[in-house]
Design a protein around this ligand. Structure first.
Ligand code: SF4
Length: 324
């Protein structure tokens, strides 16, 4: 069997049962692909199921308030993704009469949809012979074909496209697209790829040359930096001070507790905690009713209202600990 047949055979035998795989609806595939960016599949599945229940159609997304959209996304992080979905849904309603567009250029022009997502939607939902090259596919292709250039460069992606284009399938491309991705997720994994059981091992450059751990080549390390803040939980009776500050551009439209750059204070914090993002770590000193804040600088909410508004995950954990 050739590579394509081996891969498809493997996929049909070994694919995971995932809720969005039961559907070829472009709306479902779009939401699942956006959620799966920067989020583990196991983590995003309950979000995906809740989202589809709350927003069963593109119209229901377009008609929702931004606060509802962000609330449904609360905990997934990278909230720009949710705002893009909201904007794209409005565009589909106004420009495409609420019908998901079926050509690549129109899909690619939707807010938040890049080459990969457009390729995934058009190949999986509409079975068009278009490639969808995500991190999994890059890893498989660079190892399989011995591509040793920087995978973040356009020229490397073009090389990968050149290698994978002959495998495109006019009849069942929706299977092939998912097979490449699933194979990268389950067999040709970043660490300890399962070469011994790999059905493609006899074709594989990396396996033949013992280069699995050096492909794809690593060009830059993620620089994770620490940031230090004081966070204030100021409650009185049934109210709490909150903020919609977005001066760091991270999570606009999301509520957060008052937070300021850390400084030496007369009293110790109630406790310390941290919140890890992909590119930074917030190290937080938490003060509960220890520091007077000028109420006019903040938003006063009823504590009961907190369950209805979107709150950044770092601070939601702090509030939940307080209310427990
Ligand atoms: S042999 Fe190993 S490195 Fe090559 S494709 Fe299979 S799992 Fe990946």
């Amino acid at each position: 069997m050739e590579i394509k047949q081996e891969l498809v055979h493997w996929y049909l035998q070994n694919q995971r049962s995932l809720p969005f795989r039961d559907s070829r609806d472009p709306y479902h595939i779009w939401i699942s692909e956006i959620m799966a960016q920067q989020t583990q599949i196991d983590t995003m599945i309950p979000y995906y199921l809740r989202w589809i229940e709350k927003f069963p159609t593109i119209d229901s997304v377009a008609l929702a308030q931004e606060g509802e959209i962000l609330k449904a996304w609360e905990g997934l992080g990278y909230y720009r993704r949710a705002r893009f979905i909201h904007a794209a849904a409005k565009k589909i309603v106004s420009e495409y009469n609420s019908v998901f567009p079926q050509d690549y250029d129109s899909i690619r022009s939707l807010p938040g949809v890049g080459d990969y997502t457009a390729g995934a939607i058009i190949s999986i939902a509409f079975n068009k012979p278009v490639l969808a090259i995500d991190g999994n596919v890059i890893r498989v292709a660079t190892r399989l074909f011995g591509i040793n250039t920087d995978p973040s460069k356009r020229s490397t992606i073009d090389s990968i496209k050149g290698k994978l284009t002959p495998f495109l399938d006019n009849d069942n491309n929706y299977i092939l697209t998912q097979a490449w991705m699933e194979f990268g997720a389950l067999v040709c994994t970043p660490k300890n790829p399962k070469c011994i059981e790999c059905p493609l091992s006899k074709y594989c450059f990396a396996k033949t040359n013992n280069m699995q751990s050096s492909l794809p080549i690593s060009t830059k390390k993620n620089q994770v930096k620490d940031e230090f803040y004081d966070v204030f939980i100021n409650t009185s009776n049934d109210s709490i001070l909150m903020s919609l500050d977005d001066s760091d551009g991270l999570m606009s439209g999301m509520y957060r507790l008052p937070q300021m750059t850390q400084q030496v204070r007369d009293m110790p914090p109630d406790y310390k905690t941290k919140h890890v993002f992909s590119h930074k770590v917030w190290k937080l000193n938490i003060y509960h009713n220890q520091i007077d804040l000028n109420q006019d600088d903040w938003i006063t909410l009823k504590i009961d209202e907190l369950k209805n508004v979107p709150i950044i995950t770092a601070h939601k954990k702090i509030i939940n600990k307080l209310l427990k």
